[in-house]
Design a protein around this ligand. Structure first.
Ligand code: CDP
Length: 205
């Protein structure tokens, strides 16, 4: 069976947790496409040209070290505006999306650019304050000394850069199902996502 679930949305909206939960529930493979841009961003911080880094990127790099730092998130959103960086990462993502057994990809442009024919598309949002609070708790639990204010500023800055770029800007696909998680806990958000996807699944089998 080929079945692609595209999950997009702004920073720290809960895409990662929902995607992992959906993948576990249906037995699908999961690709966090943000990690690709983060890995390229990390290489740029180390002095490598971002286009070269994207062209040379290997799956192993996604597993090495902690890519989920605030500094790497900013670098990721800077390299993500470069069209050549984005195009170098397309084939890998599309191949992953069509693997046998089903796949969940989360990012910013999965439903619009990478997998416009995905069987189901979700756009996960939440207020900037709630997203910043969730990300603050996550970073804090890892021992990072960022403040709430810094995290909120970072989230707002990245959202603006991601939404305003000319290549593959972050926006809901016309046929995306919107899921606002501002007032939802993770179990409820995941249950809603599973229900929406479950409705589409029988016709695909
Ligand atoms: O986890 P969080 O939502 O904070 O970020 P992420 O999904 O790891 O993505 C980091 C950055 O990569 C984003 O701010 C985007 O600039 C970029 N990105 C993108 O442009 N396209 C994607 N499909 C995924 C991420």
């Amino acid at each position: 069976m080929r079945f692609t679930v595209a999950i997009d949305g702004p920073a720290a909206a809960g895409k990662g947790t929902i995607s992992k939960g959906v993948a576990a529930h249906f037995g699908f493979a999961h690709l966090d496409t943000g990690l690709l841009y983060r890995a390229v961003g990390r290489r740029m911080l180390g002095g490598t040209d971002p286009v070269t880094a994207a062209q040379e990127l290997s799956a192993d790099e996604l597993e090495q070290g902690d890519l989920r730092t605030a500094e790497i998130a900013q670098a990721a959103s800077k390299v993500a505006v470069i069209p050549e960086v984005r195009s170098a990462l397309v084939d890998f993502q599309r191949a992953f999306a069509r693997r046998a057994g089903g796949a969940v990809l989360d990012g910013r442009d999965i439903g619009t650019v990478i997998c416009p024919t995905a069987e189901i598309k979700l756009f996960v949002t939440a207020s900037a304050e709630v997203r910043a609070q969730r990300r603050y708790l996550e970073l804090n639990a890892k021992g990072s000394d960022v403040t709430r204010e810094q995290v909120l500023a970072d989230v707002r800055e990245r959202d603006a850069r991601d939404a305003d770029r000319s290549t593959a800007p972050m926006k809901p696909a016309e046929d995306a199902v919107m899921l606002d998680t501002t007032d939802l806990n993770i179990q409820t958000a995941l249950a809603k996502a599973v229900a929406v996807i479950g409705e589409k699944l029988p016709t695909a089998r």
